[in-house]
Ligand binder design. Structure first.
Ligand code: NAD
Ligand code: 6OD
Length: 486
């Protein structure tokens, strides 16, 4: 039986209250272990440890030494790859074939890429002319913000948590992480790696628990937290923003999406089908960047829909360790209930269920798990709730369009603005359309192709701020201008 404790000041600690909650595997609902739930006491210990560590050896380390240490963390994750892989797949149910290509390699890369990018970023300097002819030199100095609270979700647990911890530490901050209550394992394991790599105690801390009236709320309201970086639902983001307003703490928010794909008749249809299959169904549709609305130009609509249905029928549901499986369960029974609610709502709202729509029979060993069928709908009106609300499951609605302007209008007809995909072989059209899409990320003839030097974040209700590459500097550092009269 596993026990997931908090990681505070370089050591694993139990909750003083003795309070724990269950962690279950969504493949078959088997018990993985017990997770300690932090009360105010543990959160306070973690934040104080993080505060103290800023003044210790970590705070005195050169950027070069910090970069070397974070590179070592990346290497050590790769050395312990199989442990991370097993832990991640047990928590989420996702296939090894996916996590071994996406989650774990990116979990490691996030430490290397961001520390190197930030270490090589130039310092801003301006020479000002002054009437005496001697001038003044302005030099920008970046210092760490301090203690950063990192609140992360369950869909790509290691990847999304390290996407924030990597740059936060690279900039010299210390962190207190609250991973999702659904997926505590890899964040807990990372504590061991930090110790193995000589990261000083207090630099990386982990507390477990839920959101409201639990670890999440206690952390985001803690007065010694200097900034909060959050990935999760838009409504949770609103609650965290309120918490951050006390003491005017900085926030960075990566939130929900209802992302469109636009498939033009001049696309390479096979590539468009392959890309849309991934964007709608990989990770059981639990990717914030995933496509839930697909708009297809009428001349290729029937062919596209037919090919999509053929490909969905070929998805192989199975246990994470099954090498043939490319489709796992949803993260939990609770989330399965939510997604199934939308499946039923789609029918009520008048959808034609082209494929899927139900709960598959996975046999006696797995029927207790959080399985759901990959699903395609057509025929919904543009104001249906299923078209407007984020479902976060393996499903999409496919609708025809006739003109470029109509496609752009449909794509933008949402309160969200995270990502979009455009499929066309006409590069002028690709640029023209991409420029008019209201989203933080637009892919042309690809999806989730990531260059870690680029900005990542959402427009409209999909987020506040940008992280990634040097863009995280604005959030993770304080920029001071020093003006020296010559
Ligand atoms: P969630 O908002 O329910 O939870 C995210 C985290 O916030 C969890 O750790 C949770 O315990 C914590 N939390 C909840 N309420 C809180 C509160 N009041 N105070 C402090 N912490 C609180 O999200 P989820 O269900 O874990 O993840 C799925 C959502 O995340 C989807 O909406 C998805 O689009 C979004 N997401 C966005 C991105 C992005 O980059 N934009 C990436 C992944 C997921
Ligand atoms: O690739 C990334 O850096 C990133 N933040 C991906 C987010 C995926 C959302 O589920």
């Amino acid at each position: 039986m596993n026990e997931f404790k908090h990681f505070i000041n370089g050591a694993y600690v139990a909750s003083a209250s003795g309070k724990t909650f269950e962690n279950r595997c969504p493949v078959d609902n088997s018990l993985i272990g017990q997770v300690h739930e932090a009360g105010r006491e543990e959160v306070d210990q973690a934040v104080n440890a993080a505060k103290a560590a800023l003044k210790g050896p970590w705070g005195k380390m050169t950027q070069a030494d910090r970069t070397a240490m974070l590179n070592r963390v990346a290497e050590r994750i790769n050395e312990r790859f199989d442990e991370f892989l097993e832990a991640e797949c047990r928590d989420t149910g996702k296939p090894y074939s996916i996590a071994s290509h996406i989650d774990i390699p990116r979990g490691a890369a996030n430490f290397k890429a961001f520390s190197e990018t930030l270490a090589n970023h130039p310092t801003e300097a301006f020479k000002l002319d002054t009437p005496d002819g001697l001038g003044a030199l302005n030099v920008g100095q970046r210092t760490p913000k301090g203690v950063i609270a990192v609140i992360s979700p369950w869909n790509l647990p290691l990847l999304l948590m390290t996407f924030k911890v990597g740059p936060a530490l690279a900039c010299g901050n210390t962190v207190v992480v609250k991973p999702s209550e659904e997926t505590p394992a890899t964040t807990t394991l990372l504590g061991e790696v930090m110790n193995e790599c000589g990261v000083p105690p207090g630099v990386f801390n982990v507390i477990h628990g839920f959101g409201p009236n639990s670890a999440g709320e206690f952390l985001t309201t803690h007065p010694l937290v200097n900034a909060i970086t959050f990935t999760g639902e838009t409504r949770t983001g609103e609650a965290i923003m309120k918490a951050a307003s006390v003491g005017l703490r900085n926030i960075s928010m990566e939130l929900g999406g209802k992302n469109p794909a636009i498939v033009f008749a001049d696309c390479d249809l096979e590539k468009a089908v392959e890309g849309t299959m991934r964007s709608a169904f990989v990770n059981c549709g639990q990717v914030c960047l995933g496509t839930e609305r697909v708009y297809v130009e009428r001349p290729v609509y029937d062919a596209f829909l037919k090919r999509m249905k053929e490909q969905v029928a070929k998805l192989k549901l199975g246990r994470p360790e099954d090498p043939a499986a490319n489709f796992g369960p949803l993260v939990s029974l609770e989330h399965r209930n939510k997604v199934k609610y939308y499946y039923d709502l789609a029918v009520e709202e008048g959808a034609t269920v082209e494929i899927g729509g139900g709960i598959p029979d996975m046999g006696e060993e797995m029927n207790a798990g959080a399985w759901i069928e990959p699903t395609i709908w057509t025929g919904l009106s543009d104001d249906a709730r299923v078209i407007r609300e984020e479902i976060f499951g393996p499903c999409c609605h496919i609708r025809p369009f006739d003109t470029e302007d109509e496609a752009i209008q449909l794509a933008n007809d949402t309160e969200y603005g995270l990502a979009a995909a455009i499929w066309t072989e006409n590069s002028s059209r690709a640029i023209r359309v991409a420029e008019q899409i209201e989203a933080g990320l637009v892919w042309v003839n690809s999806w989730f192709l990531r260059d870690l030097r680029t900005a990542f974040g959402g427009a409209k209700q999909s987020g506040i701020g940008r992280e990634g590459g040097v863009h995280g500097l604005e959030f993770y550092t304080e920029l001071k201008n020093i003006c020296i009269k010559l």
